[in-house]
Design a protein around this ligand. Sequence first.
Ligand code: BTN
Length: 323
Amino acid sequence: MNKLRLRLLKILHDNKGQYISGEDISNRLRVSRTAIWKHIKILRDNGYNIDSRSKCGYTLLKVPDKIIPEEILLDLPTEYIGQNIRLFERIDSTNKKAKILAEKGIEKGAIVIAEEQCEGKGRLGREWYSPPGTGLWFSLILKPDFKPDKAPFLTIVASLAVVDVLGKYKLNPEIKWPNDILLADKKVCGILSEMSAELDRINYAIIGIGINVNQKVFPDYLKNTATSVRINFGDRINRNVFLKKLLISFAYYYDLLLTEERKKLLSIWEKKLNLLNKNIKIKSRGASCRGRAIGVSEKGELLVKTQDGLKSFWAGDATLHQK
Ligand code: BTN
């Protein structure tokens, strides 16, 4: 979006609920009233509902229900997380696209986001259902300056950020290890982290986050296991606002990770894990075992007390198991 239009948008947002005169806007932006009118028209053509009244001026009534990078970028206080947004109407997978852009050298913190994914990727080779206009399907590109063995912490950072934002909507999410976010026992968000690394350094990491935001219904094969923020919150959610909050939270936890506050991260994460102190069945690398989840290690692994002693897991599929 053109810089002038972005500044106009900010004035309209800052004055929401009241009219601001064309003269006032043109003085602030140092352009003619005709130029203001032209940009108001473009915003309206893009779905913004802006009312105008003679002698009163303009007021913003409604932002379109679309992902709009400018809405996310307005006053986004992060240093670099989310400051470069690449939006696609329809794409195979934002993780795939993010990888291509990372290989080409896009800067750290950039995000790739799509209104719809036609080949959304889930963990363990599964498909991720990503219908148009309802969810947040995006991938964050990072270039952390630490060794690849710390990479699982990136997923922890992402899950804590999602949990934080859901809490801001008065919801009470849980984390199903390793990285599913649940609301009322159904999955609302999945995270797929991928990376390109050498033995001692990460070239880049892609944190793919899929959040069911505004779906009211799910296809049959998902309806018993999936849910959306809207279903739990009871009302439509503004996805731009949600994503902005998420980027701010992500930057906060990522900073904890970069400043070696891993213990703090882990203790917050542990408290949100739904399997803790429960009997579980865990499948990892083709093998399965049963035991009691008793905590997380300093490296972020799940610690499971089994008949054969204490075992630790980086990743896998864990389910509750009644003894
Ligand atoms: C899971 O299986 O729980 C992980 C799902 C991750 C889905 C997100 S949506 C955005 C990004 N692009 C993808 O293709 N997948 C991730």
